[in-house]
Design a protein around this ligand. Structure first.
Ligand code: KG4
Ligand code: ZN
Length: 335
């Protein structure tokens, strides 16, 4: 008789406490508790984030089990994010996962957060065939990943400074928009003219990205405009947001097209919080039509940080018995 595999997965790398339950590769629950306190401070405060993970993790775990209709004794493994992320936040999830696995006497599975963003494309059908290209764009990462199988990934391009999400958030801060600014820039941009202002695109070799020059460019542009008109931002917010969003979109998609031209891989995916951006989603679809790509975009709840994506990686790791032990450490950088 076929024995089901049920895994509980924990994600706590930044400011979302999330727990998911997956059965034979099918997500049964994905509970996400966002920590809203960081909005007040204009960015994530690491110390507050770890304390809030401690506060939420038990309740979020109970909710995830309840929603899935699963009891602890039915679990076959516990998975958690071990890197990259905020060290204190990661430690909370890791210690909790280790405690659960040890108490229940079941295997422990350590998962890389970025690999999980990429494989979030395998949570729901239709799924991309291997190999596929994935543009991973989040608050901390900007990468083009060549995904050869669920176990074999190669980063073929990445940012040499800021991440795409940081570019959105830092631009938003200059415009007086609250953190995280990405979603609000997206909202204001809907009413704006994307060609109103021109910002410089970086000249970076190969498939790598850079966003720090754009940040400086935007800062100097705003300072200059405000000299002549102190209300410049207020009066032109929609056009400024649309122009910034247009520039970031072009920087990202230009490199993705370059990767396609080099490798001729037609399955193209996008992952990470910034993939919620409407302009990026539109442009990847239109590029897909132009180049004959099959484009995959995960459901919104699987784009931003969530435990379902940790669970899908754990599902594949369980199949090959890739387990970790209590000595496995967490790391701010990719392990
Ligand atoms: O993947 P994610 O939830 O967390 C990290 O692992 O970083 O990504 C968060 C980032 C933030 O920078 C946020 O501003 C950005 O995703 N973001 C957006 C949008 N929604 C979220 N950026 C642009 N447009 C959006 N609609
Ligand atoms: Zn993330």
């Amino acid at each position: 008789m076929h024995q089901s595999t049920i895994i509980l997965a924990i994600e706590s790398s930044c400011d979302d406490t999330s727990v998911a339950v997956i059965k034979d590769g099918k997500v049964l629950s994905n509970v996400i508790q966002s920590q809203l306190i960081h909005q007040m401070h204009g960015g994530v405060i690491p110390e507050s984030a770890s304390r809030l993970h401690i506060k939420y993790i038990v309740d979020v775990t109970i909710q995830a089990l309840d929603k899935a209709g699963i009891e602890k004794r039915q679990l076959n493994a516990i998975a958690y994010t071990h890197s990259p992320g905020l060290i204190g936040s990661l430690l909370v999830g890791a210690c909790f996962a280790k405690g659960m696995a040890q108490t229940l006497e079941i295997p422990l599975i350590a998962v890389n957060h970025i690999q999980a963003h990429v494989l979030s494309n395998l949570i729901e059908s239709p799924k991309p065939d291997f190999p596929f290209l994935c543009l991973t764009v989040s608050g901390g990462h900007t990468q083009i990943v060549l995904c050869k199988s669920a176990y074999e990934m190669e980063i073929i391009g990445e940012t040499i400074d800021d991440a795409a999400g940081e570019a959105f958030d830092k631009a938003a801060k200059m415009l007086g928009i609250e953190y995280p600014g990405g979603p609000l820039i997206d909202k204001y941009a809907q009413e704006g003219n994307a060609n109103a202002y021109k910002f410089n695109k970086p000249k970076v070799e190969g498939l790598d990205f850079s966003f720090s020059g754009l940040k400086t460019n935007i800062l100097y542009f705003l300072r200059e405009q405000e000299k002549n008109n102190p209300n410049f931002i207020k009066e032109n917010l929609n056009d400024i947001c649309a122009s910034i969003q247009h520039t970031i979109t072009d920087i990202l998609i230009d490199k993705l097209v370059m990767a396609y031209k080099q490798l001729r891989i037609k399955n193209v995916c996008i992952a990470g919080g910034v993939s919620a951006n409407s302009s990026i989603r539109k442009k990847i679809q239109s590029s897909g039509e132009k180049y004959g790509w099959q484009v995959f975009i995960p459901k919104m709840e699987y784009c931003t940080d969530n435990a379902a994506m940790i669970a899908i990686v754990a599902h594949y790791k369980y199949l090959v018995k890739d387990f970790s032990n209590l000595e496995t450490t967490v790391s701010a950088r990719t392990l």
